[in-house]
Design a binder for this molecule. Structure first.
Ligand SMILES: NC(=O)c1ccc[n+]([C@@H]2O[C@H](COP(=O)([O-])OP(=O)(O)OC[C@H]3O[C@@H](n4cnc5c(N)ncnc54)[C@H](OP(=O)(O)O)[C@@H]3O)[C@@H](O)[C@H]2O)c1
Length: 227
């Protein structure tokens, strides 16, 4: 656990994942730099920082304190475009890793389930497994794999790629989840899923206690039954 409140930069602050990470971080008393093109509200813990991740210089100014902002302890990358733009995803991730390497700060990339290994089929990625990814979603899954490879090829060592399970959507915060590394997990009900709220819990837990695994995943876990 950190000895002082963290300052966390969230790139993709207005998104499904980013907005929940901000709520979770705020509930733990942490400060957030909320980076996105559209500004988010300022509630004291949250500083909105309008930035277009296509602009490396703007990202640099947002993260290095040159815009009068605090330098964050960690950056969460949670961007997504519609339609998928693999080149943008990879370049924005590389830019954040470049800056983080200079600042010696931690990076958590919210990636895709496609970058995980398919359970029961060694060597097969979920992105290439039609049981999980239909043909029309393969470009999205492949972009997530490219984003992971960009991290693996980067010289900055202090980063983690957090893959959601197959299904990630708005839901309830239970505070429970099961953690794994680079293979897709399924919950007790047989589905590979987690609520975005519990996913955000896992994101902030990873930021509080970074481990040595570069690729991790989480899945919904039922609350332990109290006897
Ligand atoms: N099962 C799965 O594998 C699964 C499921 C869902 C999500 N995900 C992953 O989770 C991550 C987050 O997804 P999400 O669902 O939270 O996405 P989302 O709701 O679509 O939000 C996307 C975020 O990206 C930001 N963004 C897009 N282009 C930007 C730019 N040029 N500059 C700055 N910010 C930009 C948007 O902000 P503005 O538009 O306000 O700038 C928004 O905050 C993605 O990597 C996605 O692939 C994985």
């Amino acid at each position: 656990m950190p000895t002082k409140p963290l300052t966390i930069a969230v790139l993709g602050a207005t998104g499904m994942v980013g907005s929940r990470v901000i709520t979770e971080a705020g509930s733990r008393g942490y400060n957030v730099l909320a980076l996105s093109r559209k500004p988010v509200g300022d509630d004291g813990h949250v500083t909105p920082v309008p930035v277009d991740a296509h602009d490396p210089q703007a990202l640099r100014e947002a993260l290095t304190g040159s815009a009068g902002l605090p330098v964050p302890d960690a950056v969460v990358v949670a961007v997504r475009t519609e339609p998928v733009d693999p080149a943008f995803l990879v370049e924005a991730t590389r830019t954040v890793l470049d800056i983080a390497a200079e600042l010696k700060i931690h990076v958590l990339v919210v990636g895709g389930a496609g970058a995980l290994h398919s359970p029961g089929t060694p060597g097969l990625l979920v992105a290439d497994d039609l049981a999980y990814v239909p043909e029309q979603l393969r470009p999205v899954a492949a972009a997530g794999v490219a984003q992971l490879r960009a991290g693996q090829a980067h010289h900055h060592a202090d980063w983690v790629y957090l893959s959601p399970p197959a299904l990630l959507g708005p839901g309830a915060r239970t505070g429970h989840y099961r953690r794994g590394t680079d293979t897709l997990l399924t919950a007790g009900d047989g589905r590979s899923w987690i609520s975005a709220e519990d996913f955000a819990v896992a994101v902030v837990d990873e930021l509080e206690s970074p481990g040595s695994d570069r690729h991790v995943t989480v899945v919904h876990r039922d609350e332990p039954t109290v006897a």
